[in-house]
Each structure stands twice: as structure tokens, then as C-alpha cells.
Design a protein around this ligand. Structure first.
Ligand SMILES: [Zn+2]
Length: 234
């Protein structure tokens, strides 16, 4: 058995509603991470996500590398996105039960890492339930304690762009790879995953319905998508 929570970053976008419709059709409930600026740009598409009962988390306002920011700048990025998400939830008439956070590029803030974790904990951000993840590196890197949501498997489909030489076939090869350079092997039996995919219109233009192709393949290989759950706060 392979279990996975699907996380989709960088909403909202033009292709967001189509992704949501596809996932509803497949009975998959993802966790989506939004940047504030993109929610403002495609507000109705972000409302659509919430109307389908999907949790939208904070992915900063303008998607910077947090290690290049001061602690004050980092906090401002998070808070500015919080304000947009509060507005979004209220426009959609949805209750904001959980506040997960994901750092852009998985960049946890370098020298500010500890301070940012402390900030996330104090502000009551929610930690995705990762207690079944047993990869040794997950604990060695302190990911079992961090509040933000990282991933165990990156589909890396954002590498598909003009001139990169990286294709949809390379994504399939990553899925099949029994010993990937980073993250955990996707298809090893007993695997527990947090999968990373993006809602990028740039990818849609090059590979229409790319998400469908990759997720159909994962389903075909027996991956069971589970609903995101959060660790209850003490
Ligand atoms: Zn992102």
C-alpha cells in the first residue's frame, strides 16, 4: 500500500478550476497552497477551490526565497497572505478551520529558520499530520517537528519549459525511480507521501492536462490518495 496526500502549490491560476474539477471527479481531496498575489489576480478561481471544500494554505504573498529575507520581511510576507486568505474564505462563505503554511521553494529561511518556526507555532499555524512518515531523513532534518508543510516527493513538472529538455516522460521516470536523488521513492510499498504538484498555466500550455496524466499514472500504480489531516493542537 502506498498512501499520499496531494499538495498543489501556487494557486490561483487560470487552470485551477479545471484541476479541481478533475480531482473531484477522481474523489481526491488535495491541500492547496496559495500565494496572496495570485489569489488577488485570480480571485474567483480561488473562491472555486474553497467552494469544493478544499483547504487553502498560506504560501506567502509574493513567493520569495525566505533565506534572502530578514525575519521582519518574512513575517510580513506571511501576514500579508493571511489577510488575503481571510478575505478569500469570507468571500467564499467558508470556515477557515486550518492554517497550514508552505515556504516557497521549500526554503525554510536559512538563518531565520528557528525564529520562523517559533512564529508559526505561536500564531497557531497547523501542522499536516506526518506521524506515519518513517523515512529516517524526515526526522534527521527535523521535518517531523517543523510546523510548515514540506513534501516527500516532488513531481518536478515545473521543469517542463521551453529549452529545458525535461518532458512529461521524465516526470514518469521520476515516479518509477526506485532510488531518487532526493525525497523518497514514490512507488516503494508501504510508502507514506506528501506529493508536490503545481497549478502552473505555463505547464498547461506545453502539456495540456499535465496533472491528469501524472495523477492517472499514480492511481494506476496503486497510490491511494488520502485526505489531508492536521495534528490537533495541545
Ligand atoms: Zn510555490
Amino acid at each position: 500500500m502506498i498512501r499520499a496526500v496531494l499538495t498543489i502549490d501556487d494557486i490561483a491560476s487560470k487552470n485551477t478550476p479545471a484541476i479541481v474539477d478533475y480531482l473531484c471527479e477522481k474523489g481526491i481531496k488535495p491541500l492547496m497552497f496559495a500565494w496572496g498575489a495570485k489569489v488577488e489576480e485570480y480571485f474567483d478561481n480561488a473562491v472555486y477551490v474553497l467552494k469544493k471544500g478544499i483547504t487553502v494554505g498560506n504560501h506567502s504573498y509574493s513567493h520569495p526565497n525566505f533565506s534572502k529575507l530578514t525575519i521582519e520581511e518574512g513575517i510580513e510576507e506571511i501576514e500579508k497572505c493571511e489577510e488575503v486568505l481571510d478575505r478569500l474564505y469570507s468571500a467564499a462563505g467558508a470556515e477557515r478551520r486550518y492554517r497550514p503554511f508552505r515556504f516557497p521553494y521549500g526554503d525554510k529561511g536559512g538563518a531565520c529558520r528557528e525564529k520562523l518556526q517559533k512564529y508559526l507555532a505561536e500564531k497557531g499555524f497547523d501542522k499536516l499530520d506526518d506521524r506515519r512518515i518513517a523515512y529516517p531523513w524526515w526526522k534527521e532534518q527535523g521535518l517531523d517537528r517543523d510546523i510548515d508543510t514540506l513534501w516527500t516527493f516532488d513531481l518536478a513538472e515545473y521543469n517542463i519549459r521551453p529549452g529545458s529538455g525535461f518532458t512529461a516522460d521524465d516526470v514518469m521516470k521520476r515516479i518509477d525511480d526506485p532510488s531518487p536523488a532526493n525525497g523518497a521513492p514514490m512507488l516503494a510499498d508501504g510508502g507514506e507521501h506528501i506529493i508536490l504538484l503545481h497549478a502552473h498555466d505555463e505547464t498547461e500550455e506545453l502539456v495540456p492536462g499535465y496533472y491528469r496524466q501524472f495523477i492517472d499514472y499514480l492511481l494506476e500504480k496503486g497510490v491511494a490518495f488520502i485526505e489531508p489531516e492536521f495534528i490537533p493542537k495541545k
